[in-house]
Ligand binder design. Structure first.
Ligand SMILES: [Zn+2]
Length: 397
């Protein structure tokens, strides 16, 4: 393709809204606008990536460190919007809200009799644990929802020291919304002091985290404002309809596979199975392939294999020769960006570095007199003189 047909406009300055280096270079090189819209050069690159994505080793070809589970692929990036949990030891990778981890039950203790106690102004786990002078893991936290499909009231119990994952709950019971005050009182519960004990199970489905059934003697609400129950025991005092993993993993939890500590961080989401987010893949490529002059895409994934440019001559028509080479390269199946502008050599060299094709061919008068051109790898230092007739075999080796 020709430079002018793609209407490429490179930029001298980094956009001041660039949150990452990769985004900044993509804007400067003319792949994207500052507003993150894809320009023709970016569209062309994405089309090539789409063709490449039929290859089963697609992500390996892109030559950047990606993270993968059975069905999804991610790229670690501070500004990414998908948080994952990851085990560096066994490579376990999962979205944070769905990640599993090893839970540690407390040591077994005898089930004690339930006791109703006055707990004024203890409507949060923190205030309750403080008031009773017990650790938060000795409390049961109640969360109340209504299932959207059938308006079923759903009463959830997790340990007070843990955070429920709404995604895990949805996977267990279906789509839900927060229950209204009216729905809570209809089920016989009291907001802030809600308990699974004594709940009207005709009106409420009790769902507990799998650790609750192994956690004896928890303090829970008494379904009466200002009161809690000490020593509630799942199975003895109430019977859950569903027991499932409902807890959101956090950094430092033990990996479900190997027990090593999980870390959590932001990523760019790249794909679910063979459904790709090519705009994010383009950004991940740019994050990983750039230097101080611009983008440095690899041979396996670049907008074009070759950047072809000519320097105007005084005696020889370098332009005509460059056109001829352009035709030959295309006929040989090599993808070429031909810089067909009447610009100074320095401008073209800069733009070639910005755009980041893996190879650059320069057609200049001095070399052409000996039927030679100069070829430079984008990441290499040296210009190499190559005979015009050998260009294709040089590029293909
Ligand atoms: Zn692991």
């Amino acid at each position: 393709m020709k430079y002018q047909n793609l209407h490429i406009q490179t930029q001298r300055e980094f956009p001041n809204n660039a949150r990452t280096a990769g985004f900044g270079w993509l804007v400067r090189a003319g792949y994207l606008t500052r507003e993150n819209e894809i320009l023709p050069l970016g569209k062309h690159f994405i089309e090539r990536l789409q063709n490449l994505s039929t290859n089963p080793s697609f992500f390996s070809l892109l030559a950047f460190p990606f993270l993968q589970n059975e069905h999804e692929t991610f790229f670690a990036l501070e500004t990414g919007s998908t948080e994952i949990a990851h085990c560096a030891s066994c490579n376990y990778t999962e979205r944070i809200e769905l990640a599993q981890f090893r839970k540690t039950p407390f040591s077994q203790e005898e089930q004690l009799p339930t006791e109703k106690v006055l707990t004024p102004e203890c409507s949060t786990i923190e205030s309750l644990a403080n008031f009773l002078n017990i650790p938060k893991e000795k409390t049961a936290k109640a969360l109340m929802y209504t299932r959207i499909s059938d308006n079923q009231f759903v009463f959830v119990v997790v340990r007070g020291d843990m955070q429920m994952s709404e995604s895990k709950l949805k996977n267990t019971v279906g789509d839900i919304r927060m229950a209204t005050a009216e729905e809570i009182s209809n089920a016989g519960a009291a907001a802030g002091y809600a308990s699974p004990v004594g709940l009207n199970t005709k009106r409420a489905v009790i769902v507990v985290d799998d650790l609750i059934s192994q956690s004896p003697n928890l303090a829970a609400g008494a379904n009466e404002t200002g009161y809690h129950l000490l020593n509630t025991n799942c199975g003895r005092d109430y019977s859950p309809a569903i027991v499932a993993d409902l807890i959101q993993a956090k950094a430092g939890d033990a990996c479900v596979n190997c027990g090593n500590l999980l870390s959590t961080f932001a990523t760019l989401y790249l794909a679910t199975r063979s459904i790709f987010n090519f705009e994010n893949i383009l950004l991940a490529l740019a994050e990983n392939h750039h230097d101080e002059k611009g983008l440095t895409f690899s041979k396996s994934a670049a907008a074009f294999d070759v950047y072809l440019m000519q320097i105007p001559g005084k005696q020889l028509d370098t332009r005509a020769k460059a056109e001829e080479i352009y035709g030959q390269l295309q006929a040989a199946g090599i993808s070429v960006l031909f810089d067909d502008r009447d610009e100074r050599a320095g401008v073209k060299f800069n733009d070639a570095d910005l755009i980041g094709c893996p190879m650059r061919i320069t057609v200049g008068e001095k070399n052409l007199k000996e039927e030679m051109v100069e070829i430079k790898e984008r990441t290499g230092k040296e210009n190499q003189p190559v005979k015009v007739e050998d260009i294709i075999s040089f590029l293909k080796k």
